[in-house]
Design a protein around this ligand. Sequence first.
Ligand code: C2E
Ligand code: SIN
Ligand code: SIN
Ligand code: FE
Ligand code: FE
Length: 761
Amino acid sequence: MSIPLRVLILEDRPVDAELLLRELRQAGFDPEWQQVETEEEYLVALHSSLDIILSDYSLPQFDGLSALRLLRTRGFDIPFILISGTIGEEVAVECIKQGAADYLLKDRLTRLGSAVTNALEQKRLRDERKQAEETLRASEKRFRTLIENGLDDISLLTADGTLIWESPSVIRNLAYAPNEFLGRNIFELMHPDDLEQNQNLYAELIQKPASRQSGTFRLRHSDGTWRWVEAIASNMLNEPSVQAIVINYRDITERKQAEEALRASKLIIEGIINAIPVRVFWKDKNLVYLGCNVVFAHDKGFTDPKEVIGKDDYQMAPRDQAELYRDDDRQVIESGRSKLFIEEPQTTPEGNIITLLTSKVPLRSSKGEIIGVIGTYMDITERKQAEEQTQRQLQRLAALRAIDQAIAGSMDVNFVFKVILDRVISQLAVDAAVILLYNPAAQALEYSTGRGFRTEALQHTRLPLGEGYAGRAAQARQMVHIPDLQGRKTDFLRSPTFSQEGFVSYFGVPLIAKGEIKGVLEVFHRAAFEAEAEWLNFLEMLAGQTAIATDNAALFKGLQLSNIELTMAYDATIEGWSRALDLRDKETEGHTQRVTEMSQRLARAMRIKEAELINMRRGALLHDIGKMGVPDSILLKPGELTDEEWVVMRQHPQFAFDMLSPIAYLHSALDIPYCHHEKWDGSGYPRGLKGEEIPLAARIFAVVDVWDALNSDRPYRPAWPEEKVREYVREQAGKHFDPQVVEAFFQMIGENNPAQGGGGT
Ligand code: C2E
Ligand code: SIN
Ligand code: SIN
Ligand code: FE
Ligand code: FE
């Protein structure tokens, strides 16, 4: 099988070209050929697909060496063999120097086959080498690009630490000029504090081929600052392609600074939470403590916060409190919302219950998920107590004011005592209280008012001065305190049922006003009771108030008595007057008494207020007092009055008004004397009032007055028969009289029965 061969033959003689082709075929080639003889033809035929060029050394218009040169200058790598008739040694050397693959003599063409084969082989090797070089160049370029653009710094060092190569990033990071540091020792750049440790590591590294070491140290930046780097050094001294210590390192200055800042801020936060008086703790989602500050640990009876970690509230608080805390925690964790300023109880390791002001907020991971709860609290027991004390004092002040007001505003001593005992019970928080009053005549304390008792045990108290606790308190004018009545069962002889009350503690406080003993205030507790100074103080203040109230009541009672006496004197006077009047008007004797009683009854039947009755009574007694201004000649005239006499007679209500109105005591009693002759239809006197313009007392009285007048003998006429009087009164309803009063009047006396109080008895 022959080898295809594209051949260019530079030859002027076709016979010679034929000879060459024959030789090639004999050597096993299958030439595809072209023959050229001038430079122009040669240049046209040159093509990279040619396998070989066979060229005559000398041609009529061209020559082999020029052709060879042209081939080179055109950039072709095609094997070129020169063939000549005669050729000297020098020319042959020149040809080879110019790049010819071989050189042959025309009379020795049998060597042509092997020369071509040889040239082709060399060309193949050349191509192969070129290919390999190309590949190598490409991969080197790739790695170089990677290293030069990578972030990691790479340095190559000799065994003693001399820098023999550095990656561009080293230059970038430490800001030295390229190669500025080449040839110098790496340890010159290292921070003195890091030197010893890292030199030791380096020494170890060098001992062991193919080993690695890592370290962290500071390198000097060109601006004089120190940069932290983290380095991995590999011993590749024995690696033929490297033969160096390879250091990979990266700048960790920022990370270091961040770590340092974090460490610092952690220390600051820890410092803060341990320095503040507020308790701080945090728990995980299962409500197990993750941490706390020192004061919290102390509250729980530990010295070190670490002792709290891993525990839960059940291990550190009474069950009910632990459940309370955990309820709050769960609400915060489930809702993601804070609970701020909740008041909670806490039992201290000493067993005291204090009040906490607690706030809880969700504990979140850096991703924002809720992973637990953070809590803080303060002990606000003192503030709470101060608040409560203020509140208590305000209430006590209010109580004193209420008692003052009761004393000032009420004449009813029993009411005042009730107000006092109400406050004693509520403000002093006692179970029962009683006021005993001193009766000087009997020289004994007597029960007045009590509250909070289950039995009537003390209601019959009558203790002679000096007897019993109360009697002793009164006599000695000093508070008596019995802390445990139960232990003195035989003492309380006042009542056999007293023991049923179950009292334990007793206080008896004397009531003293203006230096005189007025009584004793006693208070009882059904449980043991420890009195504080504030409480005792208030008890004494209340006792003082009670004494004042007692004294006031006594004063008032005296005043009331003298008032009553005075009133009685007045009323006796009035009755005396009215009797004198009746006596003057002889034949109407008893009239005033009758109309007074009857008008009272009618008024009551018409539901006039009780307080108004006394005024009506006085008014009725005095109704015709004005007749004192009417002379006997008119008043006692047996016959009808003349017009002139009537003028005088009709003045008697005005006389009454003029006589009585200067007397304040009788102001409210004037209606009847002044208005008893007014008529419903307006035709009466002295003012001609009409309907309800006429005071009700006068309207009531008018009916009774006329009824009694007509039923009686008068100097001017005899009494009428009763039936006639009834008819007359009924007939005058709506004219002389208020119809409603007439109706009530007949209901009162009964339609057909003779009227009570009527008939001149
Ligand atoms: P009095 O006698 O106490 O009578 C009081 C009123 O009863 C009278 O007021 C009148 O409303 C009624 N009344 C008494 N008697 C009669 C009577 O016979 N007929 C009728 N229809 N009504 C009678 P009045 O009328 O304003 O008289 C006031 C007072 O004047 C009487 O008080 C009496 O003291 C005196 N008076 C009245 N009429 C006479 C009279 O004719 N002669 C004398 N001497 N005195 C007379
Ligand atoms: C809590 O509120 O969860 C704890 C408070 C405490 O332990 O006293
Ligand atoms: C008391 O002091 O109030 C009672 C003493 C007694 O009844 O013996
Ligand atoms: Fe009259
Ligand atoms: Fe009268």
